[in-house]
Structure formats: structure tokens, C-alpha cells
Design a protein around this ligand. Sequence first.
Ligand code: HEM
Length: 572
Amino acid sequence: MELPSFLTPAWLVLALLTGCLVFYLTALPRPLPGIPYVPESRWKLFGDLPAAMAYQKKTGTLIGYFANQLVKRNEPVMQFFLLPFVRPSLYICDGREASDAMTHRIKEFDRSKLFSDIFRAYVPHSSITFPTNNDWKYNRSLIGQTMLPRFLDASGAKQAYGAFQQLVSVWREKTRIANGRAIDVAGDTHMASTDAIWAMTFRSSIDTCKTAAEHVSKAPSLESPTGADASYIAIAMGYWTHWLAMSLLPSLRNAKRIRDKLVRERLIQTYAKFASNMQDSKTTAQGMTSAIDITVQREITVAAKEGRPTLGPKATERIHNELSLFLAAGSATTADTLSWVHVAGLKRVTAHQDFQSVLQAEMIDKFSLFHKNRVPPTAEAIATAGLPQLDAFMEEVLRCHPLGNANLRRTLRDTLILGYHMLLRSSLAQSNVGLLQLTNILLQTAGPSLTSAPFPVSDQNRSGTSLKATTSRWDRYSDLETFRPDRWLIQDSSDPSKVRFDPSAYPMQSFGEGPRACFGKKFAYLEMRIAFTFILWNFELLPLPAELVDFDVDEKLTRDSRNVRFKLRRIS
Ligand code: HEM
């Protein structure tokens, strides 16, 4: 067949070039009107991403790039372009407005898909992956009791206690063979946190710390500490990358298979235990020794009320995913987090020996009987004792070293934040701005207003609820750069010679806020309490040269410390 005469090669080349140009122009970032951005990124297919990655290579943190741009331009709100065709993400650094959006404006802002995508390939039917809808409520009702004090103080504390006892054994062995040198403890707190969350979920132990202690006890001597670990792992890339990796890589496929089998077996065993003795299933959270017991018991009670068979496919799938999420939280995010928080805290203690003296004095005072008898305080004693100095110290560690960089939300409707319009796709199309739909909002957990002085924001630009909710913490901006645990302590009104811990004294958003705040926060605090008490009861952290006490991070999904060395002296 002959081509029409106007289709000459020159026309074909022109059409191809025009097609490429249209494709290129469509792929370029489309800024949202009125919201500041980095001008050079506007004309790059990958927008801010190359500069952010170069920043990460230099500093270990990707998110630091965005935070830096805000500070450079003195702007509390900016938009960033990360991928071709993808709508810009909004970055906000104003703790007070972020708190308001997460707590009071939940009809305008919900959890972002960016966040759920991190977990979706691994635990697709767990609460963390759902928007705030009935699915989320159903899952929450299943696991709700696992964070009740009556379970945590009795059972959760015991499980975490066992794990940190083992950590102390590892460090004793390492200290013994280190002969006075600093020891590298990278990974140790991670192991202990993994042991703790595993034991809390299933009541049984996987003893990674114990195995390590046995291993180290057989080593004749310890090599000198290694240098800083220069490697870094890129930030999580989202659902499809994870799904592909988990489907194609044999090691991940195998790990998922083992996890699924293990959780399923435990579910069947637990259900069989309750089914054989229905009386057991009426036990309260206090009598329960693991998260799986509580969750299965809850499902049995609800099924009986609703007159349906127990553990149908939906419940089984949801419980399976929630428990797997506990483990994921325990071994990926939470252990990283807790490990990061523990390490950051211990580094603070090393750098400021006076904090160490205050914490140890408080422990000796509160646990005087244990001290007299030369035994460590029990799990329950640690969980329930009033330890304001330790609570204040942990809060300050969490404030200064948040593990996640931002809390992620998305807009649900046209709205305003800090005076900037955030419009959904339909409104933008009407105003001829293009087919962009602004959804993702990153609410920074550190930086101006949280760990340094805030950006100037006029009250006119704040929401009504933000203005009404003027709790004093949002007016306390002085000296936020300094690590100062005593900022969380106030005089006890019933006894002026004593201090009380006030968790609302200053800005802090390391666990998020509102209905989608961290579900495991109470367990996290409990574990930190036990970890710091155990470590400081058993060891004195000796001063180290300043160059060994840095706070450099490797950013993955969460943060990890780069150099983790301590010089310990056994004290009990
Ligand atoms: C120091 C330790 C921890 C930190 C700093 C932390 C931080 C966070 C943050 C920032 C969020 C998102 C909050 C938001 O979007 O507003 C979150 C969510 C969550 N965390 Fe944690 N977390 C920690 C430990 C744990 C532990 C130990 C568990 C489980 C036992 C856990 C389970 C969860 C769950 C299930 C969610 C999702 C909640 C939802 O979507 O409704 N976390 N966490």
C-alpha cells in the first residue's frame, strides 16, 4: 500500500519530534499555584530528586534536603517535584499547624498513601495500610487491648525485660574481652528490640541476644572497633518496588513464606487453646500474656456476640496481618526506631555525664530496696515506678532525634493550610491549572518550631482550631536547639520539693498525632524505660573522644545511627 503523499520522511521526523516534545512537556513538574518551590527544579524531569539524592550521599539524609530548602528560603511551606507526571508533594514545617491538621482537621486530612505504600506489599490488610475507614476501625478493634496498661505493665514489661537482660549479658561479655576499649554495639539494641516485640506478640522467645551472648562468651578477644559504616540503603521506594522485590527475590519470597507459616501456626495453636477451654477466652487483658492471645480472644468474643463462626477468613487475614505488622514494626521499623532512640539516648548520656548521674541517682532512690539487695528491679517495678527524670530524658531524646522525618497526610478536599490553598483535581481543572491533584503532605517532625525557632507565621494564616487550641507548648520556642531534659519537668503542686514529668510541656511529634498516631507508642515507651533502666543499672557509660560521639544517621525507611561505640564500665 502506498503512503499518502504528504507523509514524507521529513513530516514523520517532525511528528516524532513534536510527540517527544509534548511528552517531555507533559512529564515536567507542574507547580501548584502560589506555593513556593525551588526554581531550578521546575524544568527538570525528576524535579528535586537529583539534588535530594546528592544531598543524601553527602549527609546520610534525604529528607534533610527538603528541610534545608525551607530554612534557606525562610518558608514554612514548599512544594517539591520528585517524579515525572507525578503531582508535587507539599512539605510543611510548623508543628502547631501540623498538630492541628492531624488532630482537629481529620475531615480535611487523612493518612497519605505514600505511607501505606511502605507497608502494603508486606501486610496489605493491616491497619497501617488503610485510610481512616471501617476497615481501619475493624482492625483497631481487634488489636486495641494490646496497648492497655493492664496488659503492658504485667506481661509486655516482662517480655521486654527478658530481652534487655540478654542485651546486658552481651555487653558484659563484650566489655570483658574489650579490655577497656570502646565496644561497637551496632545491631545489639536492634536484636534486643526484635526479641522484645516477638516475645510480646507470641509470648515465646527467639533469643537472638542470648545466642549472641553465648557466641561472644567464647571469643578470646575483641578486634579494635571498626570504622564508620559508610554504606547506606536508599529510602523506601513504595508499593510496586516492594511488591516486585518480594515476588522476585528468592530470599524475600522465602522470608515471607516462613513468616506466613509461622503466624498461621501460632494462630491455629492459640485458637485451639481457647476453643478447648472456652472459659480461658473470657480472661481479661490482665491475665493474657501475649498480643496474639488478646487478639484471638477479642475475635472469639465479638463472633459470639454477632452469632457467627469464629475466625472466618476475614478475621484470620486481618489478625494475621496485624500480628505480622507487629513483627514488621518490631524487626524493621520499631527495632530500628527503638534502636535509634536507645543509641541516641546513650550517646547523649556519654556526652553529658551529668545526665547519667541524675538518672542513676533517681533509679537508686526509687529502687532502693533492690539496690540494697544488689538485684535489678523487677519488670513490673520498672513499668510502674514514678521516674520523672527518666521520662523527661526519653522525651527529650525523642524530640531531638525523631526516627521518622515526617508524618504523612493527604488532602481529602479543597482546603487551606498556613494561608496556602490546596486544591483537589476538580478545582484545579476548573481554574485551568492542569490535571494535578495535590494529595501528599509531609509534616516535618524536626526543624523550625520543633527543634529550632519557628518560621514567622501570622495568626491570620492559622486555622480557627489551631488558634483556639493555644496550649502553651506551642508558645514555648526558646532554646529548642539544646538537648535539655529538664524542659519536661515541672514542680509537683502537691509537693514543691519534687518534680513531675509533663509530656505536654513542649512541641514533640515523633509519634504523630490524632487518630492515626502511632498505635505502639505505649509499648515503645515501656521498652525504652526498661532498656535505659537496665543499661544504666548495670553500666557506667564512660566519656569518649568527641569524634566518637556523633549523631550521624543512615536514612532508610527510618533512621539508623552510623557510629555506635560505647566505653562501658560494669557497676553491678
Ligand atoms: C520509638 C518507637 C516508635 C516510634 C517513634 C513510632 C512512630 C510512629 C509514627 C510517626 C507513626 C505514624 C503516625 C502518624 O501518621 O500520625 C506510627 C504508626 C504506627 N506505629 Fe509506631 N512508632 C514506634 C513504635 C511502634 C511499636 C512498638 C509498634 C507496635 C507494637 C508500632 C505500631 C505502629 C502502628 C500499628 C502504626 C499505624 C497506626 C495507624 O495507621 O493507625 N509503633 N509509628
